[in-house]
Design a protein around this ligand. Structure first.
Ligand SMILES: [Zn+2]
Length: 683
């Protein structure tokens, strides 16, 4: 069997057929593979040298980057911004035309910082090889030297080095090359592209430091798709709102389409289909802050998701990714001032909204159902019934066809929260506070204990997901207007000294709100950081509660009637002795009123709080001219609480599904096996 398989692999020509999944992906091979190999010289990238058969390992990638830095020492700085769990350095290559590497000086000069992140899903490394070629063409051959005219680049070649070095030919079954590649998650199985807000992973913590240091003007996250087949090799979406969105939608996006098309690649907005086949239409959604681009949006910066199409050969994908980055940088250099000023204005508007604290922030969105026709460059397909899956088997041909499909265009906010003057987080919730600190959110600490009236929420007990997701069991409610998950209300609450006050008049206010509003899609409560508030910690013995109930009924005939009515009308309640007795405990002074009470308060004002005297004004970026804490007097209107924006951007939902471990599978829970695994230093 093995021999005949090997024979079959060897008789077809072209490298692509050597891939172990070649026969799974498509037959016969696509015409784009016929391209000749690029001419090779001493500055060819490792991928170019192999004619895109291979992608370089971590060490080889770093060696290439070091060689570039040695050849252009004045223009390149290599920064180490963290260490992975297995001990590999997280490296950013910073590139500046004139050797100015001070974020403050660059902000002052209105020079946009473009942050290009690669290999977060380390099997999707197209952006890494595109970035190496781009660095070479900017700094060595200087064919693209103009891309540094105004912009400064912070390029992370491999954001997930541990995943990258989990190298092998069987890591991406849907992907057409290279021969071997890295793995989706980091070494502890964390999908880093779900970790931007909860910040569990060392990679994320390093990233957040680097983000705050540079506060980039434009963020790019390079990926490769999963999902349907179609003609496009380059797809992308840009998450944005606020002042910069006009430039993104009206200028940048049309120019990206035009410039990438002119380079010979086929480009589309990122495509997520409603159903099994493309004719079901293209959906719209907003990336929540667990995703890189959703995080960037909450940071008031445009975040671009790049998704190269998995079924295109590696050369087409790397060069397509290169052309998209080149086009982006051309427009960013030309419109540098416009971009930087729009971002600064977005920061000032966020500060002003915090200062006014009379608006709402949208936490969750859904598609409105509005759509427009989209001319989709598809491949003809057929659907056959499969006796294996019992479902439809979609088979794509290579016959191009353009079809019109509905494309959802708008989103509306489904959950909103009122922006307070500040949040106050009790000192004992140390892990929640630690995340705010990792995000560089400006905090003040109470110098003395304080008791006062705040707004908070009483939350119904959520359902926790049975299957773990990113190492957590997410809390969820099936809330409706009739039974909302969390009801806001005034509460008198006590906060010990050291409790943290989070003023909303700061540029990172939206990140803090997403973390602290319990119904936010990626809130601390949702990720399980507040699970213990739903636990009953003291119980009454039945024979004690029996007396309590009898005494209470005797003292209050109305209560007695209410109880009888509940027993008569609720069979589940009537059948539970514990619930029946607890019904009285809940109405007694022995009941713990803190169960379900969200311990974080929302404040209308900081007046009266025991806070340290404010230090002399000094901004984190030490830039006297760039003060994002000063509101823009010209106009701070964000358009009220319901912010509807047009969608030319769809988040990476195809990769959202993660890896299912087969709930309810009949196999043994844990099998003992022997397995040789290399252990990193420091294990
Ligand atoms: Zn990805």
């Amino acid at each position: 069997m093995l021999r005949s398989l090997l024979l079959a692999l060897c008789t077809v020509s072209g490298f692509a057929q050597q891939l172990p999944n070649a026969s799974l992906l498509e037959q016969p091979p696509r015409p784009e593979r016929a391209l000749p190999c690029p001419a090779v010289d001493s500055w060819s990238t490792p991928a170019e040298k192999s004619c895109y058969r291979t992608t370089p390992r971590y060490a080889e990638t770093m060696a290439y980057v070091r060689r570039i830095a040695q050849a252009a020492p004045h223009q390149v700085r290599i920064e180490r911004f963290g260490v992975t769990g297995e001990g590999r350095a997280l490296v950013a290559v910073v590139v500046s035309r004139d050797g100015v590497f001070s974020p403050a000086a660059l902000h002052r000069g209105k020079r946009p910082v473009v942050f290009i992140q690669n290999s977060i899903h380390a099997g999707e490394m197209d952006g890494k090889d595109a970035s190496l070629a781009l660095l070479r063409d900017i700094l060595i051959t200087r064919k693209q030297a103009r891309l540094l005219e105004r912009a400064v680049l912070v390029i992370v070649p491999i954001y997930n080095p541990d995943g990258h070095e989990h190298f092998g030919p069987f890591n991406r079954i849907n992907q057409n090359g290279p021969e071997q590649m890295g793995w989706r998650t980091n070494a502890t199985g964390q999908n880093l592209n779900r970790d931007y807000l909860k910040a569990d992973a060392p990679e994320t913590r390093g990233f957040l430091r680097e983000w705050q240091r540079w506060l980039p003007d434009f963020f790019v996250d390079d990926h490769v798709t999963d999902g349907a087949d179609y003609q496009y090799d380059v797809t992308f979406s840009i998450e944005t709102d606020g002042p910069v969105s006009g430039w993104v939608r009206q200028t940048l996006e049309p120019e990206l389409f035009q410039r990438v098309t002119a380079s010979g690649h086929v480009i589309a907005p990122y495509l997520e289909f409603a159903g099994l086949t493309p004719d079901t239409g293209i959906t719209a959604a907003a990336a929540t802050p667990r995703f890189s681009t959703g995080f960037a949006r909450q940071q008031n910066r445009p975040g671009m998701l790049v998704e190269m199409h998995m079924l295109k050969d590696y050369r087409t994908r790397v060069t397509g990714n290169y052309e998209l980055l080149r086009a982006l940088l051309e427009v960013v250099n030309r419109d540098a001032t416009k971009l930087v000023e729009a971002n600064q204005r977005a920061d000032r508007e966020t500060v002003a909204r915090g200062r006014a604290h009379n608006q709402k922030l949208a936490l969750r969105y859904e598609a409105t159902g509005e759509s427009e026709p989209f001319a989709l460059k598809a491949y003809r397909w057929k659907v056959e019934h499969s006796e294996i899956s019992g479902d439809g088997w979609v088979q794509y041909s290579h016959e191009p066809v353009t079809i019109s499909v509905p494309r959802q265009t708008t989103l509306r906010a489904t959950v909103e929260a009122k922006i307070p003057a500040a949040y106050i987080v009790p000192a004992q919730w140390t892990e929640v506070i630690a995340r705010l600190e990792l995000h560089g959110v400006r905090l003040k600490r109470l110098t003395k204990p304080w008791t006062g009236e705040v707004e908070s929420y009483r939350c119904a007990t959520p359902q926790w997901q049975v299957q773990p997701f990113e190492g957590h069991h997410l809390a969820d409610w099936h809330d409706t207007e009739q039974t909302p998950a969390c009801i806001p209300g005034r509460e008198r609450m006590s906060f010990p000294a050291g409790s943290v006050v989070v003023p909303m008049a700061q540029r990172a206010a939206r990140i803090a709100m997403q973390w602290l509003e319990p119904q936010g899609p990626d809130s601390a409560l949702r990720w399980g950081f507040f699970d213990s508030i739903f636990e009953q910690k003291e119980y009454g013995e039945g024979y004690v509660l029996e007396r309590l109930a009898r005494n209470m009924q005797e003292a209050d005939p109305k209560l007695k009637a209410e109880f009888a009515q509940r027993v008569a009308s609720d069979a589940k309640f009537a059948a539970s002795p514990d619930e029946r007795l607890n019904w009285f405990l809940r109405r007694s002074p022995w009941w713990d009123r803190r169960i379900g009470l969200y311990p974080v308060g929302k404040l209308d004002s900081l007046r009266g709080l025991p806070l340290p005297k404010p230090p002399a004004r000094k901004e984190a970026d030490q830039d006297p001219d760039y003060d994002p804490e000063i509101p823009d007097r010209a106009g701070d209107d964000f358009g009220g609480g319901t912010y509807i924006f047009s969608v030319l951007h769809l988040p990476c939902l195809s990769t959202f599904t993660g890896k299912s471990w087969g709930a309810g599978s009949a196999g043994p829970r844990c099998a003992v096996l022997r397995h040789a695994a290399p252990m990193p230093r420091g294990s």
